[in-house]
Design a protein around this ligand. Structure first.
Ligand code: G4P
Length: 522
């Protein structure tokens, strides 16, 4: 019998992996794909990255600095579930990209390096997940190396993240003697992920036989303590974001990855309800709705087409269907939606709520856009963060000002930078969250548009989106402060200030004006 929409939707698991750089996110992603049969050989994710990088100039930065700039999606199937992994840039200079991606997931895997515990970037990403009530599964990686005491790691998660921990597995051995995990729930032992048959109901004593003699007693003691002292896993608390199930392993050496993938299937929620301006949209509704959380320029700099990554929120997307773009009210044909696998793209004939598809377009779609089958609604909550750095772009060849304007507009639509056009007609200001974004902008303007540029300090250092209850108040403020007002890409007014001090001063002086640092796309 054909699968119903509700059944197809309930099989979807859409998640991101959050980690401090170097904790093992790439390795783990690769192993998850390997289990899903999406790739044949581990190493392809990296190999693929290299291939793309050599084709694209601006990604040189990524290669040189060994950081992952681009957010992408990878889909695979495993034991009846369809998994969509949304990759996020590890470097904090691209934080806004990561935050937007986290609006498109239903769960997250938090990877912790067993020797390092909770690192700053993990904490920051965790906070974003918490803001959005995204449930988190914890994977303590690199157990094949020297690690910290396990109870200490669990305590740290509880204290730093204010999150209850429920270890589902317990590591058997440490560093050199690490040989698998003991499942505290069903008392099974799993050795390497490659030896599935090693999974058997076992007693701690039997499992301890795998360890050198001098480690056995400690293992049994620790296990008893864990079983007594740790909280049992509570699915409801997990879904509400109060508790995290914890797994131990080594992505590099294929330990614990299968436990993790099973947990994603069993515990992680199917596509969640999404809040739109007019109502809440349920994933299993018939009509298709989606929102765009990421735009990526085509890897081929000779073609200006772009891929918009859209998260389907409800219903079914079928290739060839027409969708209404909420921002313009116009219809657009979805003629070539794409799925992404580790080593290839494929036309997506059908995609369901929870899935992420790439929609090629020539600039029609922007970040935050909503697509529907006709209904007039707009999804809320893809955020835009006020930039930390504001700069003027100085063009070496003044004759190319028009071209620069176009190029900046395109970069801003892609979310590479934010663009602010002063009301008084002076040259545009670009804003970024991290300095590396400026490097990307410079490289791309040179490489893709032949525009050599440099950056100059702007007289402004901070900016805020402004609004007021009374239209008159806003208009008056904007007229009085015309030299400090810009419009963003959507035409929304932005107040520019010289520094934090003057921002505070002005906001006290004009209490009727609401000044905000985060704008939700609409
Ligand atoms: P990231 O995406 O979170 O930044 O981390 P990535 O997977 O690139 O891993 C960072 C380094 O840690 C890599 O080593 C990787 O091989 C290693 N690693 C990942 N998982 C494990 C594990 O379970 N055990 C051990 N021992 N190492 C692990 P590298 O030398 O920096 O890179 P590479 O040259 O090996 O690719």
């Amino acid at each position: 019998m054909a699968e119903t929409l509700a059944e197809a939707v309930s099989r979807r698991r859409t998640f991101a992996i959050i980690a401090h750089p170097d904790a093992g996110k790439t390795t783990l992603t690769e192993k998850l794909l390997l289990f899903g049969g999406a790739i044949q050989l581990a190493g392809e994710v990296k190999a693929k990255k290299d291939r793309i990088q050599t084709r694209s100039d601006w990604m040189k930065i990524e290669r040189e600095r060994g950081i992952s700039v681009v957010t992408s999606v990878m889909t695979f199937e495993y034991e009846g579930n369809v998994f969509n992994i949304l990759d996020t840039p590890g470097h904090e200079d691209f934080a806004d990209d990561t935050y937007r991606t986290l609006t498109a997931v239903d769960a997250a895997v938090m990877v912790i390096d067993a020797a390092k515990g909770i690192e700053p970037r993990t904490l920051k990403l965790f906070e974003v997940c918490r803001m959005r009530d995204i449930p988190i599964i914890t994977f303590v990686n690199k157990m094949d190396r020297e690690s910290r005491d396990i109870f200490e790691i669990l305590d740290e998660v509880e204290e730093k993240l204010a999150l209850d921990t429920a270890p589902i597995t317990w590591p058997v051995g440490r560093s050199k003697s690490f040989c698998g995990s003991y499942n505290l729930v069903d008392n099974t032992f799993r050795g390497s992920d490659k030896q599935v048959e090693a999974l058997a109901v076992n007693s701690p004593k039997n499992v301890a036989e795998n360890l050198p003699e001098n480690e056995r007693a400690t293992f049994i003691e620790e296990l008893e303590l864990a079983q007594e002292a740790c909280k049992p896993f509570d699915h409801k608390a997990f879904l509400e974001g109060h508790m995290t199930p914890v797994f131990f392993g080594s992505a590099l050496r294929n330990f614990g990855v299968r436990d993790l993938i099973n947990a994603l299937g069993a515990f992680a929620p199917p596509p969640r309800d999404q809040v739109a301006d007019t109502r809440t949209v349920h994933a299993a509704e018939d009509k298709m709705t989606a929102f765009v959380f990421k735009i990526q320029a085509n890897m081929d700099p000779n073609h200006r087409d772009r891929i918009a990554f859209a998260r389907i929120c409800s219903g079914k997307l079928e290739r060839g269907m027409k969708a209404r773009l909420a921002r313009t009210g116009k219809q657009m044909g979805l003629t070539a939606p794409q799925f992404f696998f580790a080593s290839q793209r494929q036309l997506a004939d059908t995609a369901y709520a929870g899935d992420v598809v790439g929609i090629p377009n020539h600039g029609t779609l922007r970040i935050g856009d909503t697509l529907t089958e006709g209904e007039n609604l707009v999804f809320q909550g893809v955020p835009n963060f006020s930039p930390e750095i504001l700069r003027r772009v100085r063009l070496e060849d003044a004759m190319k000002a028009k071209k620069l304007k176009e190029a900046l507009q395109q970069m801003a639509e892609e979310g590479v930078v934010q663009l602010f056009s002063p009301e008084d007609g002076s040259p545009a200001i670009v804003g970024v969250v991290g300095a590396l974004q400026l490097d990307v902008l410079k490289e791309r303007l040179q490489g893709e548009y032949g525009l050599p540029v440099s950056f100059e300090m702007s007289r402004f250092q901070v900016c805020r989106w402004i609004s007021a209850e009374q239209k008159d108040d806003l208009e008056k403020f904007m007229t009085q402060r015309r030299g400090d007002i810009c419009r963003d890409l959507d035409g929304d007014p932005v107040f520019m200030a010289q520094d934090q001090f003057s921002l505070r001063y002005e906001s006290e002086r004009y209490p009727a004006i609401k000044m905000v640092a985060i704008k939700e796309y609409h």
